[in-house]
Each structure stands twice: as structure tokens, then as C-alpha cells.
Design a protein around this ligand. Sequence first.
Ligand code: NAD
Length: 508
Amino acid sequence: MNAPQSPDQAKVEQVKLLIDGQWVASSTGEWRDVVNPATQQVLARVPFATVQEVDAAVAAAQRAFVSWRDTPIGARMRIMLKLQALIREHSKRIAQVLSAEQGKTLADAEGDIFRGLEVVEHAASIGTLQMGEFAENVAGGVDTYTLRQPIGVCAGITPFNFPAMIPLWMFPMAIVCGNTFVLKPSEQDPLSTLLLVELALEAGVPPGVLNVVHGGKQVVDAICTHKDIKAISFVGSTEVGTHVYNLASQHGKRVQSMMGAKNHAVVLPDANRTQTVNALVGAAFGAAGQRCMATSVAVLVGKAREWLPDIKAAASKLKVNAGSEPGTDVGPVVSRRAKERVLGLIESGIREGAKLELDGRDVKVPGYEQGNFVGPTLFSGVTTDMQVYTQEIFGPVLVTLEVDTLDEAIALVNANPFGNGTGLFTQSGAAARKFQSEIDVGQVGINIPIPVPVPFFSFTGSRGSKLGDLGPYGKQVVQFYTQTKTVTARWFDDDSVNDGVNTTISLR
Ligand code: NAD
């Protein structure tokens, strides 16, 4: 990561590519600044790699696959065990870099790393996860068994909002299955991702097994169309994810595209009031609303509509400040452009007739006047045709709608174009059971505001939140990163046996 620098950039680190185990300086002419969203300080410059550099990374991965696919499972597992120990050891240091480049609080940055670390821990159990099946005597003296074999060069394209967790959803599981990998981190905050990649090399990932390229559309399109890449895991917005899914599918690749969200929390009046309000406010405004699982819509059912003042009171107490400052609840959004977009959507809510209960547009943060801050913002009286409801805002904005019954709430959630996460708050087991059965959303929380599955289950999604049928971790991802070979075998132990010629399809 310490490339030669031109005099005018002498103090700004130039981010490198990782090709065949070597950190190399890109020869591109196109660079972008990595900016601290609380201060606008330029932390580093990231290259938009050339297509030739993408080709070189894929070629290195293709070469490394020849021996890596046959590396014993125990050796692959031990690398994951070492990697998890290294991530634990360096977690605080990585969290500081992550908080500086992304804006989230230090505690939340550590959470980002920890949720990825859990996937690395799970990768260490690949010995049982990748096992095939065996059936003895499917016909006379015939056995059938399956092998789960790696598929070759795989690639991952990641978003800005979880620069640790999401890369760790991808490369550890892909390579522990025996594949090699090309990672394209978010160009907005690649530095913490690269610290994790450095640790993977230190843990013993051989040259070429894990490669990194940087860039935007051109690099992503080169990955999606590359003849030697077999599978692509994408996480990001619905717009880009749909493009990636279509382009890569047309080029014959397996693709999983985890995309945008509008996550509804449905609140029944029998729920525990204090716990529910706290959960809603934490899930709506934590990480400045920039989580794909953030609660961005509260559906207040029946008398729960009377809880709006409590939500407003709890949200107004949140402390907006730089993520590095102690006691911060809400950090800045990632970029000036993201802030403008959030402000534009708040304006649209006012224009379209929603009631602005809490206005975070003019928040001032002493000492961080240049930061991209938006304070907690709350709308009531929102209807399903307003942009604040139809669009993923990806900022600290919670919109509330009111309905009379659970059936109406379920119909509302199921009619939304996104199906990433949802939550129900209630004390009724019957209501919870009905909700989990009838709701068409990937992650469902029952009195849990952000139900991100632990790594032995799979993250999923429906409708506009996911394309492709297998999720990015858990058992499903082992299927995604392997292909099944089914072997049917007979061994003759006696030359004198003669079954005659069999011209049918039957085994006997
Ligand atoms: P994004 O779609 O802008 O970027 C994602 C990746 O695509 C980045 O690596 C980026 O460089 C690349 N990219 C950007 N524009 C491109 C283009 N035109 N063509 C090809 N590639 C392009 O997403 P983001 O803003 O970084 O992340 C936020 C989004 O990610 C939100 O929509 C959020 O809901 C979603 N997200 C989803 C999940 C999930 O699991 N469903 C998890 C985290 C984030």
C-alpha cells in the first residue's frame, strides 16, 4: 500500500493493487480520493485499475487455482484459524481506519469487523461443510457419492457501508472451498478492507489465491464479462446489483446479488413500549441509517400510533458527532454527495405532504463543521406514494405510517418493492407466527430490530433486494462456491463374474 508518490501527493498514500501476492502500483491515470467524512481530510488515493490490470489479477488467480484446489482441507482450515486470530489481534487498529474512512463510530466499526470475523470462524469448519454424500449399494455392488469441488476463479464486489464485514462474507468462504479470488472493494473506503487482506496474506494465503483490484463501473464490467471468472458475489444498490446480475449472467457466470432495502418495523400495541422505542431508534439512526438492515419505516398498528412522541423524544436525544468522538450515536454520512441526496429526499417528503416531526438538516457539529452530518430526522403521515417511502434513503431518516390491523401491515410490507429485512414487535406468539409465515422478506426479526443472521445461517432477501438463489454465507455459500460431481462406481473383484451386456439404462 506504500506506492511511489508524485510531489503534490507526497503525503497522501496511494492505494495499491494485489496481484499474485505482490502489492503493485496501478499504471492508471484515473484516481479518486478516499475522504474522511467527518473532516474532508484526504486519507489516500485509490486507483481505477485498467482492464489489463484486471486481466493480470484474474490470470494470477487462474494460475494459483491449479495447486490451491488440491491443497488439503486441513491446510485451508488452519489458514482460517490463523486469520481469525490475527483479525482479533488487530481489530482495534482496523476499527480506527474503518471509522476514519467510513464515518461510523468506533464501537460500530468494531461490530462491523466482528460480524465478518464470525464468518472466518465458520470458514474454519469447512471440513464438514464441504462434505459430499455417499450411498452404498444403489445397485448390486454399486455405490454413489458426491464430491463438492471448487469452481475456479471467483470475484467479489463490495459496497461502502460494511468495508470489513462484507469482504469477509466473501473471500474467506470462497477460498476455503478451494477457489481463488479477485476482490473489488468499494472505492469510497478500501483501506480497512486492505488491512484485512494483508492479514489474510500473513495468515498464509498463497500468492494469487487472493487478489485485489480497485475501480468503478469499468472494472466491475470487466469482471462481469471476464471469460475466466466463474462466479461473482455482489453486494450494493439495487440499480448496480441488477446490472451486475444481468451482465454476468449473460456471460455464463453464477451470480448472487444482494441489493438495496426499505426495512419495515411493524409495531403492535401489545409490544413492550420502552424496549420497542429503543430498538426502533437504534436501528433507524445507528450507523447514520447506512445499514442495508437499518429500520427505515415504522408501521404503527392501532394504538401503537400513540407512541410517536416517544420515538421523537428518544431520537432527539441522540448525539451527532464524528465517529471517533466518545459518546457519538450518529456519525456523518459517507460523502457530500450522499448528504445532498439525503437532504433532497427530506425536501421531497416535505413537498409531498409528510409531517416533519424532527428535522436533522441543519445539525451543527462543533469542531467538524465540514462533516457530512445529517441529524436524526422523523416523518409522520407518510403515504406509500411518497418518495421518502418508495426510495431507499440510506441516511438517518425514519418514516412512520399508520394502519389499523396486522393484516394491513403485512399487506403493506409485502407490496413494497424491497424485501431485505423486517421486524415485528409484539408480545403475542400467535401474531409473530402469522407474521413470519406470511411476510415476503428475507430476514425477519421478532422483537429483534436488526436480524442479521449469524454465519451458520445464510443472509437472504426477496424481490428487489436479491437476485440469484443462494446467499452470501452459511451453508448456501458452500453450494455457491462449489460444484457437485456425482460418482457412480462399481469395483470388480472377480474376473470370472460375467453379467453379460446390459443395453438398458438400469443398474443391476
Ligand atoms: P453501490 O451499488 O453504489 O456500489 C457497490 C459496488 O458497485 C461498489 O464496489 C462500486 O464501486 C460498484 N459500482 C458503483 N457504480 C457502479 C456501476 N455503475 N457499474 C458497476 N459497478 C458499480 O452501493 P453502495 O452505495 O456502495 O452501498 C450501499 C448499497 O448497498 C445500499 O443500497 C445498501 O442497501 C446495499 N447493501 C445491501 C446489502 C445486502 O446484503 N442486501 C448489504 C450492504 C449494503
